[in-house]
Design a protein around this ligand. Structure first.
Ligand SMILES: Cc1ncc(COP(=O)(O)O)c(C=O)c1O
Length: 339
């Protein structure tokens, strides 16, 4: 036990200081609609993605628990933005970081992890990366940071300290929105927002946009906590083949199934409408937001709709033209006709 408590306390403070209030960017809608659309731009986080808040909380928890000490190697199993955030925090507190990635991982994703000081350990088959990470951590005296398990446990949801995503949104708008729309990967973001909204007694409803192949929509709709599709999502960062432990179905008002091509179409449209480039997960959330705004208009409801915006990660190579055109027509007719 070479670790001093002073080091851990300082490391926790360093992690907790490393957050920003991410911008809320308005996408202009026809003023007579009485509905305003905003993007909560999580790509502005220091490690560049929605995963920053989860990984910060996971590091703080592991440091406070004595699981990460000065000479611990932190080991994860993912090639996505969670690994970039994991490597970022490791570098910040001065510990080693490595992540087990599928052998087929694209070089640019490996480069993004290495650019913040992480090491990648390619492994095959992809489904076995989690066990391999666990084994590497156990053999080398490291700490396996399981971000899916952490999502269920480590996130603050009261929002009574600085830097809760829900508290930031309410403060930036000056009022609670009508809807917050997010995706679900680990479930951390929707879980923390859903609990926050109930804790504060806000009437804001929480929607989760769910892509094709994901277990979350059918699992939520049927109430089956063990629903599984066994199929990977094509939209990076959101949608899972099984219900993950951090997905808090009861805290979500509506899960909106989104065709993958609709996610692509919504992105294309966003680029032409507002000049904003985002990734597939943001496109999925945006399509769900258009559906909700259509419903608000037909029910004569006004208010703010806030979409959580992730990093500018890849979108699948699908033709989203019909969906982009549907959104374009919606802005003039006020009725969204799905292709
Ligand atoms: C726009 C958006 N929303 C939500 C998520 C999922 O976050 P979580 O892992 O907290 O469920 C992502 C993931 O990367 C995302 O890009």
């Amino acid at each position: 036990m070479g670790t001093s408590r002073a080091w851990a306390a300082e490391a926790i403070a360093t992690v907790e200081r490393d957050a920003v209030i991410t911008p809320l960017r308005e996408v202009k809608l026809p003023p007579d609609w009485g509905v305003r659309l905003h993007l909560k731009d999580e790509s502005a986080q220091p490690s560049g993605s929605v995963k920053h808040r989860l990984l910060g909380a996971a590091y703080a928890d592991a440091l406070a628990s004595g699981q990460i000490t000065e000479d611990t190697t932190v080991v994860m199993a993912t090639a996505g933005p969670a690994a970039v955030a994991g490597a970022h925090f490791a570098r910040l507190i001065g510990v080693e970081f490595m992540t087990v990635v599928p052998r087929s991982t694209k070089p640019e994703k490996i480069a993004a992890i290495e650019a913040v000081g992480g090491r990648c350990h390619p492994y095959h088959p992809p489904a076995a990366i989690y066990q391999e990470a666990q084994r590497l951590a156990a053999d080398g005296g490291g700490f396996y940071l399981d971000h899916f398990a952490a999502a269920a446990r480590v996130m603050d949801w009261r929002g009574d300290r600085e830097h809760h995503i829900g508290a930031e949104i309410v403060a930036q708008l000056g009022r609670p929105p009508a809807w917050i729309v997010t995706g679900a990967g680990t479930g951390a973001t929707s879980g923390t927002i859903g609990r926050f909204l109930r804790y504060r007694g806000y009437r804001t409803r929480l929607a989760v946009a769910d892509p094709e192949n994901s277990a979350y929509f059918p699992g939520w709709a049927s109430g089956a906590p063990d629903y599984a599709t066994g199929m990977p999502s094509r939209i990076e960062g959101i949608g899972r083949p099984r219900m993950e432990p951090g997905f808090l179905a009861s805290a979500i008002d509506l899960v909106v199934p989104v065709p993958d091509a609709a996610a692509v179409g919504a992105l294309t449209h966003l680029r032409s409408l507002a000049g904003i480039t985002a990734g597939g997960s943001t496109g999925a959330c945006l399509w769900a937001a258009w559906r909700l705004i259509d419903r608000m208009l037909s029910e004569g409801e006004s208010g703010d709709v806030v979409v959580v915006m992730g990093d500018a990660g890849a979108a699948p190579g699908l033709d989203g033209t019909a969906y982009a055109e549907a959104v374009e027509r919606f802005l003039t007719t006020g009725r969204l006709e799905t292709p």
